[in-house]
Design a protein around this ligand. Sequence first.
Ligand code: GLU
Length: 538
Amino acid sequence: MRHLRSTFKVLKFVGSLSKRNRFYCTQSTVRVRFAPSPTGFLHLGGLRTALYNYLFAKSRGGVFILRIEDTDQKRLVEGATEQLQYDLRWIGIIPDEGPSSGGNYGPYKQSERLHIYRMEAEQLIESKKAYHCFCTEKRLNLIRKEAVRLQQVPKYDNKCRNLSKEEVNTKLKNGEKCCIRFKLTPGDQTCNDLIYGSITHDVASLEGDPVILKSDGYPTYHLANVVDDHYMNISHVLRGVEWLPSTTKHILLYQAFGWEPPLYGHLPLLINADGTKFSKRQGAITVESYRNSGIYPRALINFVTFTGGFSRLKGDPHEPRTYSIYELIEFFHLSYINTQPCRLMFDQLPEFNRAEMSRQISDENSLKQLIIELRELVIETISIQISVVNTEISMYDLQLDDEHLSFVLKWCPSRVTQLKDLVKPNFMFIWIQPSYQQINISNVLQYKEKLMILIAELNEIEEFTQIAIKDKLKTFCKSENLEFSKFMKTLRQCLSGLEEGPGVAEIMELLGKKTTCARLKRVNESPTQPDKNTCCPK
Ligand code: GLU
């Protein structure tokens, strides 16, 4: 990695090409690929690459390919390929070609294409663009150590380049272990990157000849990547900027094969909000963890699109909204991608989720689905509470009719960013009344008579809305000579068990007239009852 970084520094950014022209290639069909290594879960960086490739392909009527780069056998994680495909589907990205979808350019797993890499590597040997290398691990380690001692970047000394044909044949006959290395051509090599512009780099001055086929018969990334992109007819390669230093090497390989390279576009570095390096080792950044924590796929793709280097769409920033994948496809253009490192503003993700939840709530069909989900969530949470705490909550008393759930849902985006929040301790009052332990009973007792009058007055309200309730509470406190804030505190406790939280009128409207009055009555009348949680009465 140190090596990569130092190489990156010497890349020369010569300037950008005329804007839009550089996004077009000679190939008529756009074909892009997302080429993850199945070494773990799909994280935000990988998702950004997949998504940008997908949006780009679809915005150009093109094809999106999933290719599994599983040649590093030591790093493979069991089940990762299936998980990757599952995560992509959940996000809404269905590959046109890939291990599950099939296609005319398969197989789409590199481990099933080893014969092609060997054939192409041998082809390069034939044309004297590559050579067998018999250097032992021990020798290579010595070279590395010596370079470190001299404070230089380790670099293979290309020793085996000079072996004669006879020497090579004898070694091969003797069964000596060998790999195949690619002969780097010295001199400046230019790559016209679609995002970073023209970049010039003399890779041979910085690196020794790279291994392209390992002694175990597996290709290295560089060979497999180039061969597959060619065989799969890839027109554009959009990938993370960490691969930019390798691109001139890839172009040299294309030249050696006599193939036309695809157009390259590198996506800017992702960094944390505080400017520190973003790493896939950071916890809770996988698609799976977001899914499990209640983030909607549409919220996640909007977050990734807009914080991953894509300049914001026009629209009112104070009125956050989410765009469907089809809308994003329509807007997408490579010229909107920045080269500046992108700060992942993680605090925006809950806001995207809130916006997405609001959108679903305002759509009749999605609302129906949310009602079902919320009902299940409440039942599940309360069942667990019943089994763990053994309270006297009765499932039959829960107010889970469509009308009530729909009301709660329409209210909730002002207070929560995901459905799951509605069953967190601070919002459990919506479903079950607080236990006596949560209420300061002596405080309630001082209002005993006043509460009886208030219950009667609340019962009188015809339209049980926040405004009407607030008015009633104000006039009530005034006429009964009560200190408003102190009385509200007691009411909030009786109704929710909370010290702080939504306003009392808001809570009352949410619970409805019947439940509000029942809860106040219960606390007022039986302060010495054993502790128990009970649900809202029907
Ligand atoms: N297998 C590489 C990765 O996981 C792909 C790089 C590329 O897209 O060329 O990052």
